[in-house]
Structure formats: structure tokens, C-alpha cells
Design a protein around this ligand. Structure first.
Ligand code: NAP
Ligand code: SF4
Length: 672
């Protein structure tokens, strides 16, 4: 039997035949906020259709103005530019794909003054307060969903999905937590589910039989006062009885304090929630979350947790995911590492999404790799993220690449990141790089130092220096004390930290080192350990499926320091920084801001805060004070008149981060 036979099996939703079980989930991309928005979306979706997705689901589009996510979000009503939607649907069809519109009423999560909800209670995560909808307005909202579904069909889309989970409007009506109404839409379970039933009925009446209506619901709310397992299952049955053709199962409300999709969540950790729903209905269940590999998806289908596998970010990381599965080259998949850095974090900073491992995502119009007109011989020095990316992109264009690495393995700083709890997905990046280098025939020379003489003698057409960075050693008296180590020595295992640790510097690396020293690696790979650590009740006996989290063990006393007198961790990722800070807080890590360092001696780290001298009595000090570029080779090459290109951390150490390094290397390799 074929390895991914289940993923590749056709299935029908309503009257729509799908060629396989791999669905691209709806994502906010913000491509519609750029110039040429329609062309960008056409190119974005068509690319993923060509890659073999069974069905594409659009970003959430509001059925009326009050339901917009942002003030500039699209609305699918009678005034909508239907021709634009027609072009998007046609582009997908021309590419051999299928596409459904997601209708999303943001409810009290709408980031604008006109947001509405079942009550006027404000969401913790929104600075705008909702206005309470009157019963008449709720009925109008029902009608608006019907109109939007009809328009989606008229525009040529293959189906509609309704966002009824994750804490948006419909979910707010369902939960007693947010619904305090005493009219026909509040009070009893029957009344709270009325909006859901009426919306499905209105849409069915508008689109007729067979046109797929997919109902996206939260299988576990992860907020106190959310649904129990029995209520969730009942809601799934109600949706089926009301006329939904498939259920798409999500997890958690956005305001939940439990991570749901970050890399700190074990793969397929939410499978249990989908299977409970699948057992309750006969229509197909689209499930999962934190599925980034075909093996994981195939297993979910084999175990009966879902009928189709929904993946969103993996389609940013690799639009050809299904095609590679079909062609038996799953090892070629550029795997989503669940970092959120270039997708969700950018989206929440009002930038269009792209992807850390695939900078082509969202840039389909301008970033195109074409075969080189005149293939060159290229030396790339350094096999960290920048050098690896450059080598692969240059080789893909037909250049002949030699990659020099002084270490005996590729990866550079990735080898440090991968040991941090919650970052083991970095292994997938390394696997992808290894496979691509081999398949493209890049001449990889490990444990080989590229000297100026060697590079000059081999007369390469082009030399690229991606030699990376070295840790900055801050000018603190006593910094040479034996208890002082740099972060790379600690993360690589070359040095071990004691029981009482001071961390000097609290950027991304300082936080990573704290988590490395305090965290439990099992929590991000073993679902049971994850549930216990975050207080998740998989049986969902408690409303919302939340329970008391296990108290984290405190193997060390750790204090983090920074000189800036501002909140620590302000520069961490918007969607992941809170997870890390919450874990470290629970592990008892202390955070000192506004410190100036006086000296290090046998007693520990002496510092001054608010004019008061103190001493942190520690047995280890770990330096996480940023990096400096290793650009010496580049300077030597220039001095000899050899033209070279400097990229990655070797170019700009101050902003060293994998996303920037990979993006820069990609752009430069396409210029070659
Ligand atoms: P960083 O973000 O620049 O932080 C360096 C830290 O060292 C700061 O806390 C800085 O704070 C302190 N520092 C700088 N110069 C110092 C000096 N001379 N003496 C003492 N302290 C000094 O660098 P990083 O933490 O090494 O991270 C590098 C890059 O990797 C960043 O772009 C980061 O975004 C990325 N990264 C991200 C993540 C993530 O979670 N997404 C994880 C790892 C790395 P004060 O100046 O206030 O003391
Ligand atoms: Fe996945 Fe990170 Fe890319 Fe987002 S940026 S799609 S999380 S790899």
C-alpha cells in the first residue's frame, strides 16, 4: 500500500469532488492591503492550486460591515466588487484547483469602533468594546450570511466556509460566557445555538442543495465558561442537521491563555478533539492543527481522527506539499516550523504575510526564480541559514555551487536553536537543506576553512561570504572568570551551567537560554506532558476544557538581566513571546531591568539598579549580549581585489535572525 494512500484518496463534500484530503485552511494574509490586491491574491491562490491542494479556503471575509476584522477588511455584500472575486476563483480553476470563501463575522474581536457582539462585554485581547446587537440586527446578520453565500456562488467559488469558532461572533452567541441575552438568542442552549442554525438554513436557502457549506467550529474552547465535550458534540450534530456538508474543526478562542498552534504545541496534540466530533456526525470532518508533515496527517486519518487534513501555514512554507506527497518525494517538502515569525507575527504588525522558510510566499508577483542566463561557478562560505539558502537558490537556477563550512555539519546557529525546548522543529529545516543540497548536486565541503588563498586559486566567478557571527563579549570587569560562558557554549553543551544562573542580555537568545535551562523539552513533543503543563482537560468535562496547570519544576534559580529600563521581552514574537514569558514566570525566573554591570567575581554578578549596588550570588553567568559579524574574510577578499558578496549575520549582526538571513540570501541569489 502506498505510504500516503489515505491522504491521496478522493472524497466528496456536498456535490464537490476533491482529489485528495489535503486542504489549505483560511489565513489572514493582508495581501489585499497591498497594491494590485486582486492580482496578488490570484497569484497566491493559483500557486497553491498548482501545488495540488484539494481545496483552498480564503481568508475570512465579513458578511457585513460590522463583522469586519479590521476597518479595511473586505465585506462580501451587494456592494462588493464581484468581478474581483470572479477573477480570483477563475485563476484557481485555471490552475486546476478549487476554492471556498470563508465568511467570518469577527464579533467582539473586530478591531474597529463599529464592532458588535451578543453583549457589550469587551474581549481581553481587543481595545475596542462591542456594541450589543438588537434581536432585529441579529436576524439581519443571518440574512447577510445568506446573501454572502449566494454572492460567493455567483462569483464562481466552489463552496463557503463559515467561521463559527475561535471566539468570533457565532461562537460568542454559543457560549454562556459571552452571551447574557434574554431574548430568543440567549439563555437556553437551544436559544444560544439559534444563530448558528438560522445562518446555515439561510445559506442553504440561498445556495441550493449540493453547494458545499463547511462549518468551522472550535472542538475545544480553552476558555473558562466555554463548551463541555457534550455541548461541543451537540453543536456538531446541530450543524449537520441544519444542512452543513462538512465540519472543519479548530481549537481554542483567540483570547485563550493556552497556546494552540505555536511550535511549543506538540504535533497533532489536538487530534482528540476532532475524533470526538467525527464519532458524532456522518458528514466529513476536516481536522487537525499542528500538522506539518504528511506522516502526521496520514496517521490522523488512519486513526480516525478526521476525514481530511487542514493545513494553513504549511501551504505558506511549501505550496507544493500535496504534489510532493503525490509524487513520492515527501522528503523534499519545505516544512513549516510553526515559528509564526513571518506569517502571524507580521500579520499582527499589519504587514502582509510571508514565510521564514519560504520568502516566496505572498510575493508570487515579484519574487520569481528563473534559470540563469549564464551559469557561474559560485563559492558560498558558511553553511548557516543564509549560506544554505543562497547555495540552494543559486543551484536551483543552474549555477555550480561549492559550499564551504568549517564545522563538520551544516546549520550554523540553527544547531543551537534546535536544542531549545519548543524549537525542535528546526530539525526539519536542517533536513530540508540537506536533501536539497544533495539533490541539486551542491559540492558541500564540511570541516573546510575557506581561506582567501583557496578562494583566489579556484577562481570562482562569484564568492559569497555568509560566515555568520560570534557572540559579543561585553566589557564587564571579570568577564574572563571561569564561571562565565557564552550562550553558544551552553547551548552546544560545551559548557554546563550551574544551579544558580545569571543571564546577561535578554533578547531572543537570552530568553532561549533561560528556557533551555529551565524548561521541560517533553512539553512540546509529548501531548500528555503538554496537557498537564498548560491545564488542558482532553476529556473536556470542565467547561472549555481547562483545568489547573501542573506547577513547573524549578531545577535552577535563574535571573535575567538587561540594561534597558523597559519591559523585558518586548522584542519577542507577538504570538509566541507571551508563551515563553509565561513559561519562564512559572519556572520562577527573575527578570531585572535597568541594570548596569559592575563586575563578576567568585561571589557572582555585581550590578547596580536604581543607584543601589547588589550582587546576584550565582555559580554561572551566561552571556547573551548579542553578536558581532564575522566579516574578516570579506575584508581580506576585497583587499586582494576579489569581488565578494556579504550576506546574513556576517553582513548585519545587529539584526541577525533566521527570517532576515533567509530572505536576504534568497533575494541575492536571484540577482546572481
Ligand atoms: P539581541 O536581541 O540584540 O539582544 C541582545 C541583548 O544583549 C539585549 O538584551 C541587550 O540589552 C544586551 N546587550 C547588547 N549589548 C550589550 C553589551 N555590550 N553589554 C551587555 N548587554 C548587552 O540579540 P540576541 O538575543 O542575540 O538575538 C539575536 C537575533 O536573533 C535577534 O534579531 C532576535 O530577534 C533573533 N532571535 C529571535 C528569537 C525569537 O524568539 N524569535 C530567538 C532567538 C533569536 P541591553 O542593551 O538592554 O542590555
Ligand atoms: Fe510556518 Fe514559520 Fe513559515 Fe509561518 S513563518 S508558515 S510558522 S515556517
Amino acid at each position: 500500500m502506498e505510504q500516503f494512500a489515505r491522504l491521496l484518496e478522493p472524497i466528496t463534500i456536498g456535490s464537490l469532488r476533491l482529489p485528495n484530503r489535503m486542504v489549505m485552511g483560511g489565513m489572514h494574509t493582508r495581501l489585499d492591503t497591498l497594491d494590485r490586491p486582486v492580482e496578488r491574491q490570484m497569484a497566491f491562490f493559483a500557486r497553491r492550486a498548482r501545488g495540488g491542494a484539494a481545496l483552498l479556503i480564503t481568508n475570512g471575509i465579513a458578511p457585513n460591515a460590522a463583522g469586519r476584522m479590521d476597518h479595511d477588511s473586505a465585506v462580501l455584500n451587494e456592494d462588493a466588487p464581484l468581478d474581483d472575486y470572479r477573477r480570483i476563483a477563475a485563476a484557481v480553476h485555471d490552475a486546476g484547483g478549487r476554492i471556498a470563501v470563508q465568511l467570518l463575522h469577527a464579533g467582539r474581536y473586530g478591531k474597529h469602533e463599529d464592532c458588535v457582539g451578543p453583549s457589550s462585554a469587551q474581549a481581553r485581547i481587543n481595545r475596542f468594546s462591542p456594541r450589543r446587537l438588537s434581536a432585529g440586527e441579529v436576524w439581519q446578520t443571518v440574512a447577510d450570511f445568506g446573501v454572502a453565500a449566494r454572492l460567493a456562488r455567483e462569483a464562481g467559488f466552489d463552496g463557503v466556509e463559515v467561521m463559527a469558532g475561535e471566539g468570533y461572533l457565532i461562537n460568542e452567541f454559543l457560549a454562556g460566557l459571552t452571551n447574557d441575552r434574554d431574548d430568543e438568542f440567549g439563555g437556553s442552549f437551544e436559544n444560544r445555538t439559534r444563530l448558528a442554525r438560522e445562518i446555515i438554513a439561510a445559506m442553504r436557502a440561498a445556495v441550493g442543495a449540493g453547494f458545499p457549506i463547511i462549518w468551522r467550529m472550535s472542538a475545544i474552547d480553552l476558555v473558562e465558561g466555554g463548551f463541555t465535550a457534550a455541548e461541543t458534540v451537540e453543536m456538531a450534530r446541530i450543524a449537520e442537521a441544519a444542512g452543513a456538508d462538512a465540519l472543519d474543526v479548530g481549537v481554542g478562542w483567540h483570547e485563550s491563555r493556552i497556546p494552540t498552534i505555536a511550535a511549543s504545541v506538540p504535533r497533532a496534540a489536538w487530534a482528540f478533539a476532532g475524533s470526538r466530533i467525527k464519532r458524532a456526525v456522518t458528514i466529513p470532518v476536516i481536522g487537525a492543527i499542528r500538522v506539518n508533515k504528511p506522516e502526521v496527517g496520514e496517521q490522523l486519518l488512519a486513526d480516525g481522527h478526521a476525514d481530511l487534513v487542514l493545513m494553513a501555514r504549511p501551504f505558506l512554507a511549501d505550496p507544493d506539499f500535496p504534489l510532493k506527497v503525490k509524487e513520492g518525494r515527501a522528503e523534499d517538502i519545505n516544512t513549516c516550523i510553526a515559528c509564526n515569525q513571518s506569517c502571524l507575527d507580521r500579520m499582527f504588525s499589519e504587514q502582509p504575510v510571508t514565510c521564514l522558510v519560504n520568502p516566496f510566499a505572498g510575493r508570487e508577483l515579484e519574487l520569481v526564480s528563473r534559470p540563469a542566463v549564464r551559469p557561474k561557478t559560485v563559492a558560498v562560505v558558511g553553511a548557516g541559514p543564509a549560506g544554505l539558502t543562497y547555495a540552494i537558490n543559486a543551484a536551483e537556477r543552474g549555477h555550480q555551487v561549492v559550499l564551504f563550512e568549517q564545522d563538520d555539519r551544516i546549520g550554523g546557529q540553527l544547531n543551537l536553536a534546535r536544542v531549545v525546548p519548543g524549537k525542535s522543529e528546526f530539525d526539519e529545516m536542517l533536513r530540508y537543506f540537506r536533501v536539497r543540497l544533495a539533490k541539486l548536486g551542491v559540492d558541500v565541503r564540511l570541516a573546510t576553512r575557506a581561506t582567501v588563498e583557496r578562494l583566489a586559486a579556484d577562481r570562482f566567478d562569484s564568492v559569497v561570504v555568509a560566515a555568520g557571527v560570534r557572540p559579543r563579549i561585553p566589557a564587564i570587569e571579570g568577564v574572563g572568570h571561569p564561571m562565565v560562558h557564552t550562550y553558544d557554549a551552553v547551548l552546544s553543551g560545551e559548557a554546563s551551567a550551574g544551579r544558580r544562573v545569571a543571564i546577561v542580555g535578554a533578547g531572543g537568545v537570552g530568553f532561549d537560554v533561560a528556557e533551555f535551562l529551565a524548561g521541560d523539552p517533553r512539553e512540546s513533543v509529548d501531548p500528555q506532558a503538554f496537557y498537564e503543563a498548560w491545564g488542558i482537560d482532553p476529556e473536556q468535562q470542565s467547561p472549555g476544557g481547562v483545568t489547573a496547570p501542573r506547577r513547573r519544576s524549578r531545577p535552577r534559580e535563574i535571573t535575567m538581566f538587561q540594561r534597558k529600563n523597559e519591559r523585558m521581552g518586548a522584542g519577542l514574537g507577538k504570538t509566541t513571546g507571551w508563551i515563553l514569558k509565561s513559561k519562564l514566570r512559572d519556572a520562577g525566573v527573575r527578570m531585572v531591568v535597568g541594570a548596569s554591570y559592575d563586575r563578576i567575581d567568585d561571589a557572582g554578578l555585581h550590578y547596580t539598579v536604581d543607584g543601589e549596588s547588589r550582587c546576584a550570588g550565582v555559580d554561572s553567568v551566561v552571556l547573551c549580549a548579542g553578536q558581532e559579524s564575522q566579516s574578516g574574510l570579506y575584508d581580506e577578499l576585497l583587499a586582494l581585489g576579489i569581488k565578494a558578496t556579504l550576506i546574513g549575520g556576517a553582513n548585519v549582526a545587529a539584526e541577525l535572525d533566521a527570517a532576515r538571513a533567509i530572505e536576504e540570501a534568497t533575494y541575492r541569489a536571484l540577482e546572481l
